[in-house]
Design a protein around this ligand. Sequence first.
Ligand SMILES: [Fe+2]
Length: 347
Amino acid sequence: MSELGTLEDLPQSYRDELTARNLVPLWPSLRAALPHGIPTRRTIPMVWSYSEIRPKLMEAGELTPIEKAERRVLVLANPGLGLENMQATPTIYTGMQLILPGETAPNHIHTPSAVRFVVEGEGGYTVVNGEKLPMERGDLILTPSGLWHEHGHDGDGPVVWLDALDLPTVFAMEASYCREGEPQQVRNQPDLAQTHYRRAGLVPYSSMSRPRDPYALKRFPWKDVKASLQDLATVTDLGSPVQLAYVNPETGESCMPVLGFSALMLRPEETVSPVRRSASAVLHVVEGAGSTVVDGKTLNWSDKDSFAIPTHAEVTFHNGSDRPAFLFQIDDAPMQQKLGFYEEFPA
Ligand SMILES: [Fe+2]
């Protein structure tokens, strides 16, 4: 392979003339845009410790009333991508949101899709298009693009959840915006996780003869996810991932279009090395303690911590304790699959 020419190879007068015409020569930058073999990655494998986040989030609760925040969030920003860009990985926005008793985060609608994963507290809820979704610890709540949503809190004590959005992608498309609305009319009935989609493999009969609902299920109760992981673990060889994907029960597809969500169980003292893949990810520790080696860097984690994994990384999880660990994973595999370049690299 021949070496490509640099900017300095070009006469200054020629470069100035290009600049004056808003033109850029590709070849000096070609290898940066299209490196050989593996992408250039600025995402730093790193942990955001909940013991460091929580006091600052509670301080935010004192410093900033909800009316002044709209959404009271501390964003988990990866310094490798520039803190101001608010990205955990190039495609994943994550933030810890605090809502205090009696507060409401007002009704709005926006182009980015969001999910909430409940970290602590009782009594929080989200209303999506009139459906009131209880927010119990570990529940996954979807607020998809284009659906009205608002949050409230009927209980005591703080409620904290992890927000995950496809905001970096939508923002990069110059397509990110929101609209505000009046509070929603809430239907006085249990959410669809308790009525229409109680078990995998069973869907309302009427759904078979109408267009599939792109967001049929908007709450995935943690108690069901955890029990399903524990059952799967009983028949899975040690060292093989015990992992379940959150999908739309009507389509079987990833429950959101850009970001994918899954839950992983690590048994006591278990080590798991998943296949290396092209997707980036953020993991949140629901419970447990352990470590993850990412491209040779060891990340130690425990309850409620979150950590970032760049694209194409070699990853090994280790549960260093005598109790099971449960992790919630956010990744960008669905978007990579839709764009046609999702890859796995078996060892
Ligand atoms: Fe929102």
